[in-house]
Design a protein around this ligand. Structure first.
Ligand SMILES: [Zn+2]
Length: 172
């Protein structure tokens, strides 16, 4: 069991709709969990769904928290999938960095990913990991380095995504 120091208990608003037949949907709006239900649904069932959706959202938010365990799993999977499984590192962990998205200490094989990157979409976080993994072989950003990082198919898109954030056009 995971310990949970911050239980997620948002105010819940139930919106009943005549047009909704069977399905239940939930969304988080300005901190309020809105539950969209068909208007025939009995109160007890609405409340059961409210609890279920609250739990699902809580799980989703926990996954988005910076977890070093999650990082090492991603690194292992990406190394296998795109880099022939040949790269070796000594540690990979989130660290507070305000200007960089990641760093790799070539000499010790220690990889750091900015804590703020933990809320990025999975495929962008994966790019950051691949980028730092590629630095285990090439400390510079030369052609051999790019050949390696471009094995991750979403590299170009992820770079564009991060560039937009760095220029203040979006928030992570
Ligand atoms: Zn780099």
């Amino acid at each position: 069991m995971e310990t949970n120091h911050n239980p997620f208990t948002p105010p819940i608003r139930i919106v009943a709709s005549r047009r909704r037949r069977r399905t239940v949907a939930a969304r988080l709006r300005s901190g309020v969990l809105e539950l969209l239900v068909p208007d025939w649904m009995p109160r007890a069932e609405r409340e059961r769904w409210a609890e279920e959706m609250r739990r699902r959202l809580e799980r989703r938010m926990q996954r988005a928290r910076p977890s070093d365990q999650r990082l090492s799993e991603r690194a292992r999977a990406l190394n296998e999938r795109y880099l022939g499984g040949r790269l070796r590192w000594t540690s990979i962990a989130f660290a507070d960095m305000s200007h960089l998205w990641g760093s790799c200490t070539f000499t010790t094989g220690a990889i750091r990913i900015a804590t703020r990157a933990s809320s990025l979409p999975e495929w962008v976080l994966d790019y950051l990991v691949v980028h730092e993994l590629a630095h285990l072989e090439h400390s510079d950003h030369g052609p051999a380095f790019h050949e390696l990082e471009n094995r991750y198919p979403l590299t170009e898109r992820a770079r564009g995504y991060l560039m937009a954030i760095d220029q203040g056009a979006a928030t992570p």
